[in-house]
Design a binder for this molecule. Structure first.
Ligand code: AMP
Ligand code: MN
Ligand code: MN
Ligand code: MN
Length: 305
């Protein structure tokens, strides 16, 4: 029997709409057997999610999705089996949080110039004390009557060339892969088909990533079509990278697929969960967790589906 892996998802610790426990319960009800929580530049939801997963006997992978600037483009790097006690990872995340705060103020200032007031307070209300994301600004803009839904306001206000877009510098690729590796994790290029890159630049990115110690391409993503999966599968094989799979779930009614509704990893690719590095990262992570938590739980309930 094949195990249902979903290695990319978000909670209220970043721009998802479900609390970490709710997300875990929902994924489990959807038939996911191994879930990674990968909030944007944030690890605050991992402990709650891990505890909820242990109760449901759901396999849990502590993860993160780091924001990277590579050649003037924003690229997302997922880290899987990261140790949230890692100092370099924590310091890296802190820097990104500071940038997010500054950027949030700047987004609000630019929107104010267009006659839209109260954006920072509105976005902060949606973020509820967690990291501030463009998605929180989008939700405020929808509340404020500036567009019919999140996608619409993104297109009109928050993407490059629009009034509320603020360019800036996230982590470098080297830093992000380094923080993930320092935390004992495996680095994965998230939703690679979403980046608009020439064939030459794409090869450069994948080669650099592999040479830095990157491990996989997220060949199967909730945001990939069939052709994307086939093409990224070929790239993974060419570059000697393994293949990951994740829905990029952000909550009910948000973009992309429900958890676990993913296509299979294409023939000829090595799923990340079948690699030696995966087994090693899992063992390291579980050794760290032992003694710290997971003790004394009783009455475990198996997941349905
Ligand atoms: P940030 O990291 O704060 O710049 O926000 C990026 C997040 O915004 C992504 O992870 C998506 O969840 C969301 N996002 C980006 N572009 C769009 C879009 N065009 N429509 C809807 N959501 C988007
Ligand atoms: Mn997001
Ligand atoms: Mn992403
Ligand atoms: Mn994501």
């Amino acid at each position: 029997m094949t195990v249902c892996y979903d290695l990319h998802s978000h909670s209220t610790a970043s721009d998802g709409t479900l609390e970490p426990e709710e997300l875990v319960r929902h994924a489990c009800a959807c038939g996911v057997q191994v879930l990674a929580l990968t909030d944007h530049d944030e690890i605050a939801g991992l402990a709650q999610a891990e505890a909820a997963a242990a109760q449901l006997q759901l396999g849990f992978v502590p993860g993160i999705e780091l924001s990277v600037t590579w050649g003037h483009k924003t690229i997302h790097i997922v880290g899987l089996y990261v140790d949230s006690d890692s100092t370099p990872l924590q310091a890296g995340i802190e820097r990104l949080r500071v940038f997010r705060e500054w950027r949030g103020e700047e987004i609000a200032r630019r929107l104010e110039e267009r006659g839209i007031s109260g954006a920072l307070e509105g976005a902060r209300r949606h973020a509820a004390g967690q990291i501030l994301s463009r998605t929180h600004f989008a939700r405020f803009l929808v509340d404020n009557g500036n567009g019919k839904d999140v996608r619409h306001v993104f297109r009109h206000f928050l993407v490059q060339g629009k009034p509320g877009y603020v360019p800036g510098q996230w982590a470098s690729l080297e830093e992000a892969v380094g923080w993930i590796r320092a935390a004992g994790g495996l680095a994965v290029i998230a939703h690679p088909a979403r980046y608009k890159l020439s064939a030459t630049r794409r090869r450069l990115l994948y080669g650099e990533f592999r040479d830095l110690g990157g491990h996989a391409l997220e060949v199967v993503s909730g945001s990939h079509g069939r052709d994307d999966i086939r093409q990224q599968g070929q790239h993974a094989r060419q570059f000697g990278l393994s293949a990951s799979a994740g829905s990029d779930y952000h909550g009910p009614g948000q973009a992309y697929l429900e958890p676990g509704r993913l296509a299979s990893v294409p023939e000829g690719c090595t799923p990340i969960w079948l690699t030696d590095a995966w087994a090693q990262a899992a063992a390291l992570c579980n050794a760290d967790a032992d003694g710290a938590s997971a003790a004394g739980e009783s009455g475990l309930v198996p997941c349905p589906g």
